[in-house]
Design a binder for this molecule. Structure first.
Ligand code: NOJ
Length: 555
């Protein structure tokens, strides 16, 4: 039997409840608000919603500092509202994925409080301690500039504790079997309440067993298998989608050579190479990274994205490549972050140029894997560089040009709305774009629909076709269907040839799904294509709508 690999063609929409839709006027988005917008999301064509952390938290890192793994932050509603939200999603065929943040918890979590209060408490060993400040305490910092060290002294505990991220996020000690059991219980709890899976936070750090030996931690890959096994016992088609910014050659360790660890990984190397391709019009790095990202076990899948709630991390590019992206998309110092990233939204990075936005989206939607959209990018929302750090790209959703952009009836939104310049909510909003058939919103909706009509992209085998450096051409094959997706990274028109090797007797034309034009092969079985500046074309051999006569049939 073919297992239900729904996630291999999922269209995932990521949102933070606090910035999406408020209903009670306190300026903080909530579950009831998000529920009201589910028909919008369904109309956009997404099939799964990824919720940023919504559990009780001091929210010193946007909720990635959890103080109670089993609760709902009252600002977002009650546990009952959560369950209603999940039900409302299911009624519309939408799945819910939530963050699983178990590399660390908040220093306000009762486990940590018990651990610092009492050295004999069993919770002491839930964390990682040292009597003296470790020699490499200043190494391995994730947020340079805003995080000083990875070890902090607790006066109450009389010892140093390890924290990969901010000092209010003590790392959990996963070498402790009790901590592992806690993680499995959390997974089990939320699956039981109806979620379809988890976006697992900071996985390389989670499985790095030895906090003290930062330079060379031994990864506990086996833990991933246990979490997966537990998740699938509870719910057969549950998925684990990992945030793991790792080089392509480590990916199989995360997926498991037999596909028995994580189902999905965000493809960070591809994300960075894609921005380099957009910045330089040179697609060779992207093609190399794509080739290095294959092949995967049958049940494994990449998740592709343009922007997320963090900075655009360029840490895997060479210094020269990174500078090229900075120059193009984040030239000012306040656009950059941690020396390696850009804290802007997609639309301003691309200068609001509709052709380049479509190009970027078109590539992301058709890369091998499943696409993950970021709330607001479907209307081309901007950023607010006056906000600190990563908050620049976390402003409230711009629903309309009315008061507070339709986000809240109150007058104090959780973060300020963008109200000036070309990305102000009076200019850029859902209501206006809904009414305009040519808007980015309606373009995105059509593109998502077409992506769903090409299941070979998520399920099939694929290869990068030979083309000039500024042309990206990918071919997908699955169950007798073939699609060919081409992109021109250059701001100039370009003509090129494609060799397809269709197989003997196969005379099918390439049919462009955006224009319904047919391109016939030349006598030598090559196709000649012309792409306008920054243009894209999604082709299906034979098109989407003609039934193919079985090969060799006489009738
Ligand atoms: C990764 C998350 O994406 C980021 O937002 C967060 O600050 C860190 N993990 C720590 O949880």
């Amino acid at each position: 039997m073919i297992p239900d690999l729904w996630y291999k063609n999922a269209i995932i929409y990521s949102l933070s409840l606090d910035a999406f839709q408020d209903t009670d006027g306190d300026g903080v988005g909530d579950f009831r608000g998000a529920m009201r917008r589910l028909d919008y999301l369904q109309g956009l064509g997404v099939t799964a919603v990824w919720l940023a952390p919504f559990q009780p938290s001091p929210r010193r890192d946007h909720g990635y500092d959890i103080a109670d793994y089993y609760g709902v932050d009252p600002r977002y509603g009650s546990p009952g509202d959560f369950v209603e939200f999940v039900n409302a999603c299911h009624q519309r065929g939408l799945r819910v994925i939530m963050d699983l943040v178990v590399n660390h918890c908040s220093d306000q979590h009762p486990w940590f409080q018990a651990a610092i209060d009492d050295p004999t408490s069993k919770f002491r060993d839930y964390f990682i301690w040292a009597d003296k400040k470790p020699a490499d305490a200043d190494k391995g910092v994730v947020f340079p500039g805003v995080q000083k060290s990875t070890w902090t002294y607790s006066r109450k505990a009389g010892a140093w504790y390890f924290h990969r991220f901010f000092k209010f996020q003590p790392d959990l000690n996963i070498a402790n079997p009790d901590v592992q059991a806690e993680i499995l219980k959390i997974v089990s709890f939320w699956l039981q309440l109806g979620v379809s899976g988890f976006r697992m936070d900071a996985v390389p750090f989670l499985i790095a067993q030895d906090g003290i030996n930062i330079a060379d931690p031994a990864p506990a890959y086996g833990l991933l298998r246990e979490i997966r096994a537990m998740a699938q016992w509870r719910k057969g088609d549950a998925v684990l989608l990992a945030e793991a910014n790792i080089p392509p050659d480590e990916a199989l360790e995360y997926f498991g050579a037999d596909g028995d660890r994580l189902h999905m990984l965000f493809n960070f190397p591809v994300n960075q190479a894609l921005f380099y391709a957009l910045a330089s019009a040179d697609g060779e790095l992207l093609k190399d990274v794509l080739r290095a990202s294959a092949p995967l076990p049958e049940t494994a899948q990449w998740a592709n994205f343009l922007r997320n709630h963090d900075e655009l991390d360029l840490g895997r590019l060479s210094e020269e490549q990174r500078q090229t992206v900075f120059e193009q998309f984040g030239p000012e110092p306040d656009m950059q972050l941690y020396g390696r990233g850009i804290r802007r939204r997609l639309a301003p990075m691309l200068g609001g140029d509709r052709r380049r936005l479509e190009l970027a989206y078109s590539i992301m939607l058709t890369l091998p894997g499943s696409p993950v959209l970021r709330y607001g990018d479907e209307v081309g929302m901007g950023d607010d560089l006056a906000l600190p750090e990563r908050d620049a790209a976390r402003t409230p959703m711009q629903w309309s040009g009315g008061p507070q952009a339709g986000f809240t009836t109150g007058d104090a939104p959780v973060r300020p709305l963008i109200d000036h310049g070309p990305y102000a909510y009076r200019e850029i909003n859902v209501a206006r774009q809904r009414a305009d058939g040519a808007s980015l919103l309606n373009w995105t909706e059509r593109a998502v629909r077409l992506r769903k009509e090409l299941p070979e992209i998520g399920r099939g085998s694929w290869k990068v076709l030979d083309t000039p450096g500024h042309i990206l051409a990918l071919r997908y094959d699955w169950e007798g269907e073939t699609s060919v997706i081409v992109h021109n990274l250059l701001g100039e028109a370009s003509e090129f040839t494609l060799a397809l090797d269709r197989g003997e007797g196969d005379q099918r034309d390439l049919v462009c799904l955006q224009t319904d034009e047919r391109v016939a092969a030349e006598a030598d079985d090559h196709y000649v294509l012309i792409l306008q500046p920054y243009a894209y074309r999604w082709f299906r051999l034979g098109g989407l709508d003609e039934l193919v006569r079985p090969h060799g049939s006489q009738h």
